[in-house]
Design a protein around this ligand. Structure first.
Ligand code: FES
Length: 104
């Protein structure tokens, strides 16, 4: 079990990247929901972020790849605009226990 962070450590909406034995991944918080994805853009297989805590677009409504601007739905990781429409971010299984996000 790998501890990532407490949900309350994330802004709402907000995002944060992590690097651990499971690889590069990132968390997105939107209200009471938390999503974890592999930090690999389906366009070129490289990291998405602008910096460690910025995986979202300026309106904080979509995940945005900083490289060529692909936009992804937060709730399922589907690309809806940019160079890889219809492709998806890879979701990472996770658990929330007492407000803390863990990878099993
Ligand atoms: S690498 Fe993400 S849009 Fe090109």
């Amino acid at each position: 079990m790998i501890k990532l962070c407490a949900v309350d450590e994330l802004t709402n909406p907000g995002s944060k990247g992590f690097h651990n034995e499971k690889g590069h991944l990132f968390v997105v918080r939107q209200d009471d929901n938390v999503y974890v994805y592999e930090n690999s853009c389906p366009h070129l297989g490289i990291n998405l972020e602008w910096h460690e805590e910025q995986f979202l677009d300026s309106e904080q409504r979509l995940i945005q790849c900083s490289n060529h601007g692909a936009l992804f739905l937060i709730h399922n990781g589907e690309c809806i605009a940019g160079p890889c429409p219809g492709e998806k971010l890879n979701p990472i299984p996770h658990e929330i226990r007492e407000g803390v996000i863990y990878l099993p």
